[in-house]
Design a protein around this ligand. Structure first.
Ligand code: EPU
Length: 416
């Protein structure tokens, strides 16, 4: 298995280009199921999760061509089953459920099961589809859903769910009548999906607020679209600048998507200034500990929690990081402690006593963002850090070692 070997202590400097957003690309790819004619999505990141989604859509009978410029056509959609071997490697595979049901009147999708960061149930996806008139059974580890024609309905989400909102939004596009989603997720990736669905011919209003209204239509057509930049990749480079005492201009970054992170970095003593289609982040003379609580957008993103915790390990004073989205997203803590961090977990909070140093060590993580936090720790640590199991990192960051090297980091991938 490949690992990343990092010699810490280098100041990062220069410019870096952010890729298209993974969590926007995945629902856009599955929205193709609803369309006739070619879709052309530009700026698709070359990531493990995108490769898995291509395999899954190919299995369903969609035609798929290209890489960064991805062409998808669902005119010959034949199969309505998402098998276990593809769903188990990527939970976002559940995003085929709503579109398949709306287009074919049936879907059989493997239940995703738990994952390292928490149980991650899908009850709200299923309840939403049932409200649209689907009959759903769970059999032999599979969700079996059926509905000759979905009917618009009012759906209230007990918890804000990103992919749940996306699944129901896609299904509602081809339902008869009006659907109203209440307590819908407001994440920029949901707004991007709604915008593209509207380009395809859907009638959606209110995306970006917690009430989304969808008027069903008879069919959707393929579109051309350039994908939005990845706010979590951008945020990870912002922390890389702050943690190495460096200065990085991050290009292709929508600053308005990163308000919560930027305000926390400024509070910690980092300078972050928007600059043509990006942001320049400069480490301050002193890094101060700040408290952070993860929340649905526009709150602080859970996908940046591990990375800011690494930064707080080096900040002066104490900080408290509270994870309110996933129940088990502190997997990085024990690894950071092995690098010398002083962190205590109390319930869903981590108390970090910063100000010390990190020292390089062999580490590994079992999820994507935790792996990113360990790479950041390696950049700031004294000596050598080896991050193993980096297939997690490759699921969400394209060529991260090349990008960090171009900024001056001493990092290399060792094939194993
Ligand atoms: N939840 C339920 N029932 C459901 C759905 C969700 O109880 O039916 C709960 C979850 O257990 C969790 C909370 O609701 O406690 C929020 O989960 P959500 O459904 O919003 O997460 P998701 O849609 O599965 C997406 C991203 C994640 C990101 C979360 C939160 C994609 C493909 N994934 O997951 O991204 O952490 O939203 O913002 O969009 C990552 O990129 O590393 C990643 C994990």
């Amino acid at each position: 298995m490949d690992k990343m070997v990092i010699r810490g202590g280098r100041r990062l400097e220069g410019e870096v280009l952010v890729n298209g957003a993974k969590n926007a690309a995945l629902p856009l790819m599955t929205s193709s199921i609803l369309t006739r004619g070619w879709n052309n999505f530009r700026g698709i990141p070359q990531l493990g999760d995108i490769a898995t989604m291509k395999l899954l859509l190919g299995h369903l009978g969609l035609e798929i061509e290209g890489g960064e410029d991805l062409r998808i056509r669902a005119d010959n959609l034949t199969c309505s089953e998402a098998p276990y071997n593809l769903v188990k490697t990527m939970r976002a595979s559940i995003l085929v459920l709503g579109p398949l049901l709306a287009r074919l009147g049936r879907a059989r999708v493997s239940l995703p099961g738990g994952c390292a960061i928490g149980a991650r149930p899908i009850d709200l996806h299923l309840r939403g589809l049932e409200a649209l008139g689907a009959r759903i059974n769970l059999n032999h580890g599979y969700i079996e859903a059926e509905a000759k024609k979905l009917r618009g309905s009012k759906i209230y989400f007990d918890t804000t769910t990103v992919t749940g909102t996306e699944n129901i939004l896609m299904a509602a596009c081809l339902a008869e009548g009006t659907t109203v989603l209440e307590n819908a997720a407001c994440e920029p990736e949901v707004v991007e999906l709604a915008r593209v669905l509207n380009k395809m011919g859907a009638r959606i209003e209110g995306a970006g607020t917690d009430v989304i209204t969808v008027e069903g239509v008879d069919g959707l057509e393929g579109v051309e679209h350039r994908i939005m930049p990845d706010r979590i990749e951008a945020g990870t480079f912002m922390i890389a600048a702050a943690i190495t005492g460096g200065e990085i201009k991050i290009n292709n970054c929508r600053v308005e998507h990163l308000d919560a992170l930027i305000s926390k970095l400024i509070e910690a003593g980092v300078t972050a200034v928007p600059e043509d289609k990006g942001i320049r982040v400069t480490a301050g003379d002193e890094l101060k500990g700040v408290d952070v609580k993860t929340l649905p957008y526009p709150g602080f993103p859970t996908d940046m929690q591990a990375q800011i915790m690494t930064l707080m390990c080096l900040a002066e004073g104490q900080s408290v990081i509270t994870e309110s989205i996933f129940e088990n997203r502190f997997i990085h803590v024990s690894e950071l402690k092995r690098m010398g961090a002083d962190i205590q977990i109390q319930g869903n909070s981590a108390i970090i006593r910063g100000g010390g140093k990190l020292s390089g060590a062999p580490v590994m993580a079992t999820d994507l963002r935790a792996s990113a936090s360990l790479v950041l720790a390696g950049l700031a640590a004294e000596g050598l850090t080896e991050v193993s199991r980096i297939y997690h990192l490759d699921r969400g960051y394209e060529r991260i070692e090349e990008k960090l090297s171009s900024l001056g980091a001493d990092i290399r991938r060792v094939k194993g």
